[in-house]
Design a binder for this molecule. Sequence first.
Ligand code: SAH
Length: 374
Amino acid sequence: MSEIKTLPLVMEPPRGRAKPPRHLADLDPAERKSLLEEQGLPGFRAKQIAAHYFGRLVDDPEQMTDLPAAQRADLVGALLPELMTPLRTQSADRGTTRKTLWKLFDGALVESVLMRYSDRTTMCVSSQAGCGMACPFCATGQGGLQRNMSTGEIVEQVIAGARALDRGEVPGGPGRVNNIVFMGMGEPLANYRAVVGAVRRLTDPAPDGYGMSARGITVSTVGLVPRMLQLAEEGIPVTLALSLHAPDDELRNELVPINTRFSVAETVDAAWNYARTTKRRVSIEYAMMRDINDQAWRADLLADVLHGVGADWGWGHVNLIPLNEVPGSQFTRSRDADTDEFVRRLEAKGISTTIRDTRGDEIDAACGQLAASE
Ligand code: SAH
């Protein structure tokens, strides 16, 4: 028995970088069962453990009284290894906005943010430790990419928030996470497999997954065109957000450097393809930067570019983000008058436009501020 149990460890590949511990959330139900069986444990217990993790949001083996006491530690050790530990939590908005800094198994740091509103609770999650996209106005972009996160590490951020809500630790009484945005650290489509895996785990019905609606999940991207095309074919109707930030290649090459690989026209076309294929409206993100991308003529050009894919506009909407100022950065927030004019120009051309609220700004928890510096 004990020999069988140590076998998977012995078979770990000797070379290469250490991987995050394998976790229930990395695996589908059949793989969970086989993992237990490989370790000489009863496979049918996997479903019970999944029900604790995703359904009851229990992580303490002592509370899993339907598992035989003698096997509990082995079962939980096999499927629910510790993936991350909270280093620090900061709150704002009377406790309804909470940012957590997590330390991963190898010391990498990531952040997640929980935002509770009257009608929903949103978790903003990270998909990579750091980011390789190097957008100059984004705090995460300044430090480069450390590594991709695993599916389990992505899911665990949500489940940790769900536990806090369930236990009444967030003002407003017990609740659930019903909105997830991949707008934390990292470029989700550069970690495609793990992100799609996480979306599946979060939308699989309980007890195999968290049972959320895919419509409540938003994947935000700089515009990795081949991955946008691939995501459209996955058959999971998540909302896609495209971080456009400029309607012309000259400026977008500076603000979103991946634009030198995929032009504005190709990127907007891929967004339109996503909308057409999934019947989900795409969100065009545009962070308003003073005297950089907020000129009235750029609003006109943005409207033209969005109309230019040849389809009737209606396949998306524009979401203007008041720039969150990053200390030491030359980029500053647009004047209100310029933002108002920008909105007016877009709407005059029939482009529905909203302005994002900036919760968590004061604890550096708003979009583009996550840097996890310790
Ligand atoms: N890599 C993904 C997710 C990143 S964060 C992406 O780029 O879409 C989510 C959003 O916040 C993106 O639209 C990003 O461009 C934006 N953002 C980054 N820095 C910002 C800042 N300082 N102020 C406002 N929005 C910012």
